[in-house]
Ligand binder design. Structure first.
Ligand SMILES: Nc1ncnc2c1ncn2[C@@H]1O[C@H](COP(=O)(O)OP(=O)(O)O)[C@@H](O)[C@H]1O
Ligand SMILES: [Mg+2]
Length: 271
């Protein structure tokens, strides 16, 4: 299926809670990312952004509520080739050493027919993705020879190579210099122009700002804001919003419960 197929929301969370080791991490999260939208997920460290995207991508079980991908409950979802995911930390070096090209090409696996050799189209997608992250000249390097920032770019290229309908990125610009941030923004713009949906956890929005349709701010495992795009400066004010709660909660759909501070909230904000 292509990105042009019906306007079902690629991501829907309905009152989703996640606990890790009995500790509540996400609480009653409602979120819908509509087809073709680019949504940024903002919020302080430890507010639950990575937990949310790991839940959406099926890496972490939720304890309550419903998660749907393209309208299908997560447990029944099978079209994983439609999803691209760039995790927060590099995992590219674990296990057998691979070259940059191999890791990026692995992003095509979901697109290929079983037992068919790599097609010209596969090779073109891999080259284009390497070009975008500025690693075309290093495609035969071992991933372990690269710096942390370069390894992150390999993971971005792998996700782009899969030409996903839904791309989820967790802080992809950490350790990426401005020219490469611009290149990433260009790549996301062309994905978006094809109708792809993008959910981006980001600290530095930088050159991506014009692409953003909506911002969601997490605080203490809850959605504290869901509305028009916020700059990083404004979003970082939400760190201090405990003293001025009326800055937040414009969410409309998230007004079911007032925020109740618990000792866990303070423990969670240690960092
Ligand atoms: N695997 C885990 N085990 C225990 N606690 C976790 C785990 N993953 C995340 N947490 C906790 O959940 C909270 C939210 O973390 P996270 O989703 O990584 O936040 P963010 O991405 O917004 O910085 C933090 O308090 C963190 O310590
Ligand atoms: Mg995180």
């Amino acid at each position: 299926m292509t990105a042009a197929t019906p306007r079902v929301s690629p991501v829907t969370l309905d009152r989703v809670s996640v606990s890790i080791g009995g500790r509540p991490i996400l609480r009653d999260v409602d979120l819908a990312v509509r087809a073709g939208e680019m949504v940024t997920l903002l919020g302080p460290n430890g507010s639950g952004k990575s937990t949310l995207v790991r839940t959406v991508t099926g890496l972490l079980p939720h304890t309550r509520g419903e998660v749907r991908l393209f309208g299908t409950l997560l447990g029944e979802f099978a079209e994983w080739q439609r999803l691209g995911f760039v995790p927060q930390r590099s995992t590219a070096t674990t296990g057998v050493p691979s070259t940059v090209r191999e890791v990026v090409a692995s992003g095509r696996v979901g697109r290929r027919r079983l037992f068919r050799p790599t097609s010209g189209e596969d090779r073109r997608a891999v080259e284009a993705a390497l070009e975008v992250v500025g690693l075309a000249g290093r495609s035969s390097y071992g991933v372990s020879q690269l710096s942390g920032g370069q390894q992150q770019r390999v993971l971005i290229a792998r996700a782009l190579a899969g030409e996903p309908d839904l791309l989820v990125l967790d802080e992809p610009t950490a350790g990426v210099d401005l020219p490469n941030q611009q290149a990433l923004a260009d790549a996301l713009a062309s994905l978006k122009a094809r109708g792809a949906t993008i959910l981006l956890v980001a600290h530095e929005i930088g050159p991506m700002m014009p692409l953003i349709d909506r911002s969601v701010v997490m605080r203490d495992g809850r959605v504290a804001y869901d509305g028009p795009p916020l700059s990083q400066e404004v979003a970082s004010h939400t760190h201090h919003a405990h003293d001025h709660p009326d800055h937040l909660d414009h969410a409309g759909t998230h007004d079911h419960a007032p925020h109740v501070a618990s000792p866990l909230d303070f423990e969670r904000r240690r960092r």
